[in-house]
Ligand binder design. Structure first.
Ligand SMILES: C[S@@+](CC[C@H](N)C(=O)[O-])C[C@H]1O[C@@H](n2cnc3c(N)ncnc32)[C@H](O)[C@@H]1O
Length: 237
């Protein structure tokens, strides 16, 4: 395998399984996978999939969360905006089981999820398929020899620039100093997104309606400061 091999570039370094699921969690997972998971047979080389076809949201808007963890943010967004559609991607099955519980107990019908590496799904989606993307508290991989494992990479941002419609949003958040710098440096190199912050307050405070995430709660507990960077997909470029 060479370093340009797509399979090598798509190596996933996170965990897929954690503690053994309790029977009730397994039941939520099984039901959720059957009803709300996206079918891998959907994948296509044609880049023509429109998530609006899966969710038919009244507003016509669809948002994607990459690495939803336990799904609490995704579920809260879906609950507060029933007229919008939400897609989540997460390969960690214990987290997927939690999302399934949120969907089923909350009777949410505006979420579909991809229980896999998001990089397998994105190339199949059509241009401007998304109104917004959330990447919240991604694994920081702070050692420089692991920087190729970080989810924010130029190739990922190229794909997101293709998928987010002009005027759509990309929200990045982290509590990790290395990750914050990495994200901002990567975004500052681009002319297809612009940062909305006018002052430090704009990135030190969460955006409106912020429901929190599990990892942010962990950061809060140990006194690590979180930051939120909102970018808008430019009309040009
Ligand atoms: C540090 S956790 C944060 C989870 C959640 N966003 C939160 O704030 O609580 C990062 C998550 O990203 C997921 N992740 C990492 N690489 C991914 C990928 N390529 N596609 C989808 N999810 C990914 C991991 O499995 C992990 O659950």
């Amino acid at each position: 395998m060479t370093s340009s091999d797509p399979e090598k570039r798509l190596m996933f370094y996170g965990r897929r399984h954690g503690r053994r699921l309790r029977p009730q969690q397994s039941a939520f997972l099984e039901q959720g996978l059957a009803q709300f998971a996206l079918d891998p047979d959907l994948l296509t080389d044609a880049a023509d999939l429109d998530p609006r076809d899966w969710l038919r949201p009244a507003s016509g808007q669809v948002f994607l969360e990459i690495g939803f963890g336990g799904g609490e943010h995704l579920a809260a967004r879906a609950h507060e905006s029933p007229d919008c559609g939400f897609i989540g991607a997460e390969p960690f099955m214990n987290g997927v089981a939690r999302l399934c519980r949120h969907i089923i107990e909350g009777e949410l019908d505006n979420i579909r999820f991809w229980p896999e590496d998001v990089r397998l799904l994105l190339p199949s989606l059509k241009d401007h398929a998304l109104d917004g993307v959330f990447i919240l508290f991604p694994d920081p991989w702070p050692k420089s020899r692991h920087q190729n494992r970080r989810i924010i990479q130029p190739q990922m941002l190229d794909v997101l620039a293709r998928l987010i419609r002009p005027g759509g949003s990309l929200l990045l958040a982290s509590d990790d100093p290395t990750a914050k710098t990495w994200m901002l440096e990567a975004m500052m190199r681009r002319d297809d997104f612009h940062w909305t912050a006018r002052s430090a307050e704009d990135w030190r405070q969460p955006p409106p309606g912020w429901p929190g995430t599990r990892y942010m709660a962990k950061a809060d507990r140990v006194g690590r400061k979180s930051a939120w960077f909102t970018f808008i997909r430019s009309d040009h470029a």
